[in-house]
Design a protein around this ligand. Structure first.
Ligand code: IVH
Length: 672
């Protein structure tokens, strides 16, 4: 019995130490399985000796039966709120007021403890002689709800403070929240069970804490960061807020690792921008930062106004969610023909920008979210992420709201729309017949990360396609200044400049070229991997499905897309034309010899080719390993004939030598 009693104490201490290492230091000593093993041993011993069970045993985190309602707790010290600031000027004024009240000399800067403003719910925990006794929500600031049993279930809440010499009573305050990962996992589980999902981590945290059955709270991934102290009896506080937080940490009360002490306005604003920039990667939701005068003596001197301290302020980030109305829902046709529903919105300021469009990604999403024209919706724009419609506020749906269906024909070209079973996307089958697809693939081709044609923006591409001047990327390279001048708002100077930058773009890299082709599922990274693996276009074009699969990170779907792309005659033609126009890149430095698709072949040129000059055509053939001669014999492999071809063409026909045009030549050059 004595041995067991000792073992029980040791196991409890060990578990408390692991909780501290895990939650406070973020540096676990043992894997979860070991923790579970210790917990099991403790449970077994306690089952054998029920008289040895104490309230602060980690086995007692989930205790007590579900209650009917929460009791009430009166806060010893009211739980106040914070004033909000939204601009740099608000912070300049806040700092000025603080310095004036403290009667600081000109030029003396104040130190502020700067902390993320966690987006969860405020909680107060009382420890008496180091033992957790009461947990309460903020409520109206004066009285809150008694959530002691629920708070005990959080493993980041120590049931006993570490160390000794604790105050007789200390009431610590912090924010209960759910990490993004915890929230997503919880919603995935809920979906799998067919249960209701929560809209955001904050609601999920609030809903989980306010459960009448502590077993439910225990099953939810709730966490806490402590950020302050309310009442204290029989103990003293350090001089600075930063020291207070360190003290909490030593007691095993977890504080946010992003907390810093900053001096003066410049320090505060740089902290705000730094946290703002890293907001999306913190792993939990914050809605701003909080600055607190670091000296506790100065805090006392500054005091409070109404319900907020003069010594602290919340510097909020622009709201990431706003409400607005759907004016229309249109279908956009992308580069590969994919139809995307896009909601046109009543412009709304959200996440720091004015948003007037939001994508609905695909038909399924449109159906699932059931967004209709006229609906009031919640828009979210977080960080640099594209704005999205979170949900419809159904209570506000007007009677004449219009549901939008997937069109059966392409809204741009009228071709059939087809949707492959099991796929989310519906596509216009028009291919290059569809002006939208042509425009999108040209925009992609010319874009900065692809061929980087300066000055060839979306507007000009649209004009070029609408005017019938350009069909495929290859056509760009035969454009003339005269042709460009036909376009509206295009002057001589910009036309000349554009032609020059189109020409300049011919000098590229193999990876950029592959990316620019717009092969489905081939993004920048895949293009680079392909370029590095194959070295030359010829090698890639000659590669089998299996050979493409050897490229790191390329799976069967992408390999198939690549094969299909190069097998399509129209694509072969365009690639050939691009090369014929002089699009080129440095040869690979790996020493691989370039594959020469025309080696052993003899060519004769006759007539005027539509885009290539004679010298260009000859150079192209030679570069690909072919020979150019002047007279047609039985040994001639191909006669390349253009306009007003003469006797050589006749001779070729007599000798049954293959006669090809410029396009076919281009295809041969690009061919394996
Ligand atoms: S200090 C008197 N620090 O913001 C000072 N509050 O608007 C009281 N909050 O109810 C709060 N992160 O729920 C403080 N680092 C932080 C905070 C924080 C989030 C919440 C808290 C409070 C509300 C005040």
């Amino acid at each position: 019995m004595v041995a067991d009693a000792k073992r029980i104490v040791a196991l409890r201490e060990e578990l408390a130490r692991h909780d501290y290492r895990y939650y406070v230091l973020d540096d676990p000593e043992v894997p979860d399985a070991e923790y579970d093993r210790i917990m099991r041993e403790l449970r077994e011993l306690e089952a054998r000796h029920p008289s040895l069970i104490t309230a602060d045993s980690p086995t007692q985190r989930v205790s007590g039966a579900p209650t009917r309602e929460f009791g009430e707790v009166e806060h010893r010290v009211p739980m106040l709120s914070l004033d909000n600031a939204f601009s740099d000027d608000d912070i300049i004024n806040f700092d000025r007021r603080v310095r004036e009240r403290l009667e600081l000399a000109e030029g003396v800067e104040v130190d502020y403890n700067s902390e993320p403003k966690l987006d969860g719910l405020a909680i107060s925990l009382t420890y008496e002689d180091g033992v957790f006794t009461v947990g309460a929500t903020r409520g109206d600031g004066v009285k809150g709800e008694d959530v002691t049993t629920n708070m005990r279930t959080l493993r980041s809440v120590p049931l006993k403070l570490r160390g000794d010499r604790h105050p007789k009573l200390i009431e610590v305050r912090g924010e209960v929240f759910m990490s993004n990962a915890g929230f997503e996992q919880m919603n995935r589980d809920a979906l799998a069970r067919g249960d209701k999902v929560f809209v955001n981590p904050r609601n999920a945290a609030a809903g989980s804490l306010r459960q009448l059955d502590p077993a439910i709270t225990a099953s939810r991934p709730l966490e806490i960061f402590f950020y302050g102290v309310g009442a204290i009896e029989g103990g003293t506080l350090p001089e600075r807020h930063s020291e207070l937080l360190s003290m909490l940490g030593e007691w095993g009360l977890r504080t946010c690792p992003e907390i810093r002490v900053e001096s003066g306005v410049a320090g505060l604003l740089s902290y705000y921008r730094d946290i703002g920039a890293r907001r999306a990667t913190l792993g939990y939701q914050i809605d701003g930062v909080v600055y607190k005068v670091n000296s506790l003596a100065r805090q006392r001197e500054l005091g409070f106004v109404a319900r907020a301290p003069r010594w602290a302020i919340a510097h909020k980030f622009p709201a990431e969610e706003e409400m607005t109305q759907v004016r229309d829902i249109e279908w956009q046709v992308g580069r590969t023909g994919a139809l995307t529903p896009v909601a046109r919105l009543e412009p709304v300021f959200v996440g720091g920008v004015t948003v007037s469009n939001a994508t609905l990604h695909n038909v399924d999403e449109l159906t699932r979210k059931d967004v209709r024209i006229g609906d009031t919706v919640i828009i979210r724009r977080a960080g640099d992420v594209i704005p999205e419609i979170v949900r419809v506020i159904e209570e506000r749906r007007p009677r004449d709201a219009v549901a939008v269906l997937l069109p059966t024909v392409c809204p741009v070209c009228g071709s059939d729309v087809s949707r492959i079973e099991g796929e989310a996307v519906a596509r216009c089958m028009g291919g290059l017949v569809c002006a939208a697809q042509r425009k999108e693939s040209l925009k992609h081709f010319a874009s900065r990360r692809a061929m980087d044609v300066e000055g060839l923006g979306d507007k000009v591409v649209e004009q070029l396609v609408d005017a019938g001047l350009v069909e495929s990327a290859a056509d760009l390279y035969s454009l003339t200044v005269q042709q460009l001048l036909q376009l509206e708002r295009m002057g001589e100077k910009s036309a000349t400049k554009l032609i020059a930058s189109i020409s300049k773009s011919k000098d590229t890299t193999f990876a950029r070229f592959l990316f620019a082709l717009g092969i489905s599922n081939v993004g920048e990274a895949t293009a680079l991997a392909l370029a590095e693996h194959f070295g030359t276009l010829q090698a890639l074009q000659a590669a089998s499905f299996e050979q493409i699969m050897l490229v790191p990170d390329i799976g069967p779907v992408v390999a198939e897309d690549i094969r299909e792309f190069f097998e399509e005659p129209r694509n072969q033609q365009i690639v050939g034309q691009l090369l014929a126009h002089g699009v080129s890149w440095p040869a690979p430095s790996t020493g691989r010899s370039e594959h020469q698709p025309l080696s052993g072949k003899t060519f004769v040129l006759t007539g005027t080719l539509p885009t290539l000059g004679r010298a260009d055509a000859e150079a192209l053939i030679r570069k690909a390993g072919g020979k150019v001669t002047s007279s047609v014999t039985k040994k001639t492999s191909y006669v390349v004939a253009g306009d007003s071809a003469g006797s050589k063409l006749e001779r070729a026909r007599e000798l049954k030598v293959s006669v090809i045009d410029e396009d076919e030549l281009a295809r041969l050059v690009a061919l394996r």
